[in-house]
Ligand binder design. Structure first.
Ligand SMILES: Cc1cc2nc3c(=O)[nH]c(=O)nc-3n(C[C@H](O)[C@H](O)[C@H](O)COP(=O)(O)OP(=O)(O)OC[C@H]3O[C@@H](n4cnc5c(N)ncnc54)[C@H](O)[C@@H]3O)c2cc1C
Ligand code: SF4
Length: 322
């Protein structure tokens, strides 16, 4: 690893000043340090944001929904009995993610902004398109774990398990930077790399994630999360599915179906969501929505298995909701 300068500011303004000067933000460091050790990232300066109080803590305020600070550790969310009552899908999404040690160090902001796990991306010997090279090695190479929908020049998939769960509840994310503070739907934080856009997130290098919010009206929905992995622990999703909906007299309102591990971004299956609106959530409706969710899938040579896997996982997760 190349030597780097290190600073741990106590104020957000100081952190932003350092980031504006070219320093790279670090929270738990569980992804960034791995990239540095592997020679994929080589920042000259690191700004450790773990002492920034405004990014800490989570709470549900009456009528105002849920606020989760960017520095909240994954383990704090996963083990909270109160959160298990308020929004159980978060615990469901986090318990099978990584390891207890990683969830202790890893933070909400870092989980959302972690880089993809494409093996060519993580290997410094491959100067692939996303890293500024001319070709994607995965398109012709080993693409067992890659995208089946929505990809352009880069077929890597968005790895976060937390993101689909939060997006299924219409979460928003607040960023602050030199041009002020902005809030956007969390789904828009994720970018499909294409053309000149060789990045995975809509955040600039001089911005910080401050918090994620879930609106109060979304918290009344039921939700469920399922994840298929190669093994039972320490494993990223082959496919994950987060669903939420209101069930009024058994009839679906405001359904959300979000898939992880299938696309370069957390993938909202909007056609399937529309299909469910106003339907009774019976077996036939779950199956029809699952079929619609994968209708546009275009698997690569090695990952055709993801299509039936994702379809079945959507069906099963919707059945759990019912
Ligand atoms: C073996 C292994 C298995 C894993 N399995 C899973 C899994 O199954 N599911 C899953 O979801 N994840 C998994 N992970 C990923 C893990 O959850 C992430 O590494 C962790 O959540 C990142 O959080 P962090 O705080 O350590 O981020 P860091 O490494 O500190 O940062 C990651 C990125 O986010 C940026 N960043 C962090 N916080 C902010 C902020 N507030 N504002 C602006 N930029 C910020 C950093 O600059 C960096 O680019 C796994 C990781 C490993 C190593
Ligand atoms: S899928 Fe993306 S990250 Fe992987 S080799 Fe292709 S361009 Fe690089």
């Amino acid at each position: 690893m190349k030597p780097f300068a290190y600073a741990r500011p106590r104020a957000v303004t100081e952190a932003l000043k350092l980031a504006r000067g070219g320093a790279t933000v670090m929270a738990g460091g569980t992804d960034l340090l791995g990239l540095m050790k592997d020679g994929i990232a080589a920042p000259e300066r690191i700004v450790d944001i773990r002492s920034l109080e405004p990014l800490r803590g989570w709470a549900r305020a009456k009528g105002k929904g849920l606020r989760i600070g960017a520095l909240v550790s994954l383990v704090d969310l996963e083990t909270s009995a109160e959160l298990a009552r308020t929004m159980p899908i978060i615990g469901e999404a986090l318990r099978p993610a990584a390891t207890a040690q990683l969830r202790t160090m890893g933070t909400v902001g870092g989980n959302l902004l972690q880089r993809n796990r494409c093996w060519y991306f993580r290997d410094e010997a491959y100067p692939c398109w996303l890293k500024g090279g001319v070709r994607c090695f995965a398109i012709e190479g080993d693409n067992r774990l890659h995208a089946i929908v929505g990809a352009e020049e880069c077929v890597a998939v968005a790895p976060s398990d937390l993101a689909p769960a939060l997006i299924a509840y219409d979460a928003t994310v607040s960023l602050t930077g030199s041009r002020g503070t902005r809030t956007m739907p969390l789904v828009d934080l994720f970018v499909t790399p294409h053309g000149r856009v060789r990045r995975e997130h809509a955040i600039t290098s001089d911005e910080l994630i401050i918090e994620v919010r879930v609106p109060e009206n979304a918290l009344t929905r039921r939700g469920a999360f399922e994840k298929a992995m190669e093994r039972k622990t320490w494993s990223f999703a082959l496919v994950s599915v987060a669903v939420s909906a209101k069930l009024i007299g058994g009839v679906v309102r405001d359904a959300r179906i979000v898939l992880g591990g299938v696309a370069p971004v957390p993938w909202r299956a909007r056609d399937a969501e529309k299909l469910l609106e106003g339907q009774v959530l019976d077996d036939a409706a779950c199956q029809a929505a699952a079929d619609a969710a994968l209708e546009r899938a275009e698997p690569l040579k090695d990952n055709g298995y993801k299509v039936p896997l994702a379809r079945e996982l959507v069906r099963r997760t919707l059945r759990r909701l019912a």
